[in-house]
Unconditional design. Structure first.
Length: 619
């Protein structure tokens, strides 16, 4: 982009040719500010350029066109940044004559002077970006808690040929390398892609390369399934002032004031008593409930009942002020009759006596079971508003739980696509994604990133694919660890235009500007000199991905991720990255849709080119 001294021009409605791309985003593409001399495209032949780097580059050069088209798609990119993503050399990116040609071609696109056929590629790119973002919206709307996120992931993996493993059973004899069938194996034969779940809230999925040998490494993308939200307390009954309420507890570090006056649904896991059809013995099933309609609301105190001090500073007492209202006691008593205080089950069951009867009836109705069958539950509240695209050109994704289900979605899409690619036939590593629960509260649980889950996955898979599955050779396992690499991916903090001083001035990631590489010298992030280099090199392979740098200000505390935890518990080299967003930990967050595509392209490059890049390192 030109400097701020250049006067911006008003967007010009594009004629027929540009309308093709405009239709993809429901608006005309933005213009790039230019000098007056370049305002109108010239019909004259381009003047002779003596600079050797630009002398052989004309307006017909495919790279010129792609750079201009990329700026239309990502208006936040500067011209040199767009050029760097389109195979221009570093020297060419600095060449002002070439930069001017990119700007000139952009003007032609904007004013419809270029033939509509030229727009075919960019229109497809626009459509692909929008389509991918809409798919993300569907995923986010379905995945209202860690249990439903893992359920959604599992369903997609099964639909794409992944085989579900039992975490309780040995993997030996169940894993088939891709070399048995190649990347396109018959649908009736077990393939080379697998997954398993832990606690139904953590999931591990992987693809075995055809050339894999025990001791070879793992290419791992890690994320987390949980987000800050309100969880229902073990004793949920809480009522007052004629209203039926729920007792809730804050999970994680949420911006709790954003939960006021939102339409809230309820979802989670329910333990249900059933009878085995064969043995007639009682068994306990785990079922998932998703009440996707507004059944609860945390209401704000009206301004007229607040003091002047309270109006000026909104302070929330998490125990007293966040209990949502389900309904009114009078109406619920009238509809439930004498059953109100008798939800069913053992009269001596203290747990059931502590439950709000209206909640129990709601769950039973949703799952089509009797109230007596409910043995326990783990429920949370969520914002019923579905994820959607927004912004003047639909360039943003508005949703709850972007931190960190945006990563889960992108990494899941990548592993599914990679498992079907021809690259698996020449791959000698394991490509794996792992999404953990409990990151927002420290990762210290049986299925969090601080547990043995990741190290166990490496050792179990390596042993199962070795000649002697009953022996876990420590030397082979150590070799696999030292050849492996982890991309710890968690959402990053974009610069807020209303609070720019909150960012270090040279490290301000922007939405739609590319994936963020996170660094912290106190190891709040796992990135170091070597892992950061590998990430940058991978970003330059295949479909080039713009990378942005982030360090927190020295006078500001820094959050952390699963990166340092995984690197410490496994010994695997790790880099911390993320897609930039605003409103992190709010009830509703926002990110750029182009960064979803950037994230997927980076992970695809990681799975395809890691060996090549890693082999270039000495020691």
């Amino acid at each position: 982009m030109p400097s701020s001294s250049d006067a911006p021009r008003s967007p010009v409605p594009p004629p027929a040719a540009a309308a093709v791309a405009a239709a993809a985003l429901s608006d005309s593409p933005p213009t790039i500010p230019m000098d007056d001399a370049d305002d109108q495209p010239s019909s004259k032949k381009p003047r002779k350029i003596v600079n050797p780097s630009s002398s052989n580059i004309t307006d017909d050069d495919d790279r010129i066109q792609r750079a201009a088209l990329m700026i239309i798609k990502n208006p936040i990119l500067t011209v040199p940044q767009a050029m760097s993503c389109c195979e221009f050399t570093e020297f060419e990116c600095k060449d002002r004559a070439i930069q001017q040609r990119v700007r000139r071609f952009h003007t032609k696109l904007d004013k419809g002077i270029v033939n509509a056929d030229t727009f075919n590629d960019i229109t497809k790119e626009f459509q692909d970006t929008i389509s991918f973002a809409k798919k993300a919206c569907d995923f986010l709307t379905k995945s209202t808690d860690p249990f439903l996120a893992v359920k959604t992931c599992s369903e997609q993996l099964l639909e794409n040929g992944f085989v579900k493993l039992s975490k309780r059973e040995p993997f030996a004899g169940k894993l088939v390398p891709a070399c048995f069938f190649g990347p396109y194996f018959p649908s009736n034969v077990l393939g080379c892609s697998y997954f398993y779940t832990i606690n139904n809230s953590t999931i591990v999925a992987f693809t075995v390369g055809a050339k894999f040998k025990p001791g070879n490494g793992f290419k791992i993308v890690g994320g987390h399934t949980d987000s800050p939200h309100l969880k229902v307390k073990p004793m949920s009954k809480r009522s007052g002032s004629g209203c039926v309420q729920l007792g809730v507890e804050c999970y994680g570090g949420g911006l709790w004031h954003t939960w006021f006056d939102r339409d809230l649904g309820i979802s989670g896991r329910v333990l249900v008593r059933t009878t085995d059809a064969d043995t007639q013995k009682e068994k306990i099933e785990q079922q998932f409930v998703h009440i996707n309609r507004p059944v609860a609301r945390v209401s704000t105190l009206c301004i007229h009942l607040q003091t002047a001090e309270e109006r000026g500073s909104f302070k929330t007492n998490k125990e007293e002020h966040l209990s949502p209202i389900l309904g009114t006691q009078t109406l619920l008593e009238a509809s439930a009759g004498k059953q109100l205080n008798h939800p069913g089950g053992d009269e001596g069951d203290g747990w059931k006596k502590g439950q709000e009867p209206a909640l129990m009836r709601l769950i039973a109705s949703e799952l089509d079971i009797d109230i007596k069958q409910i043995a326990n539950f783990e429920l949370g509240l969520f914002d019923c508003q579905p994820a959607c695209l927004g912004g003047i050109k639909n360039e943003f994704l508005y949703s709850a739980r972007l931190d960190n289900l945006a990563t889960v979605f992108v990494a899941l899409e990548t592993i599914v696509e990679y498992s079907k690619s021809e690259d698996v036939a020449t791959d000698d590593m394991i490509s794996l994604v792992a999404f953990f629960d409990h990151e927002e509260i420290g990762s210290s649980s049986t299925h969090g990133a601080g547990s043995p889950v990741m190290a166990e996955a490496v050792s179990r898979i390596t042993a199962a694919l070795s000649g002697n599955p009953h022996s876990r050779d420590p030397d082979i396992n150590a070799s696999a660890v030292r050849r492996s690499f982890i991309f710890s991916c968690d959402q990053a903090h974009a610069v807020h235009p209303n609070y720019p001083s909150k960012h270090e001035k040279n490290h301000g990631p922007k939405m739609n500007g590319g994936v963020v590489l996170k660094t912290n010298q106190n190891q709040r992030y796992a990135t170091n000199c070597v892992t950061g280099f590998l990430a940058r090199e991978l970003a330059n392979k295949g479909t080039k991905v713009p990378l942005q740098e982030f360090v927190v200000r020295s006078d500001c505390p820094c959050g952390t991720t699963i990166g340092p935890i995984l690197s410490a518990t496994t010994g695997i080299r790790t880099v911390d990255v993320g897609m930039p967003q605003l409103s992190m930990h709010s009830c509703r967050e926002v990110m750029g849709i182009a960064d979803l595509t950037h994230g997927m392209n980076l992970f695809k490059s990681f799975f395809k080119f890691f060996n090549e890049v890693d082999d270039s390192l000495e020691g």
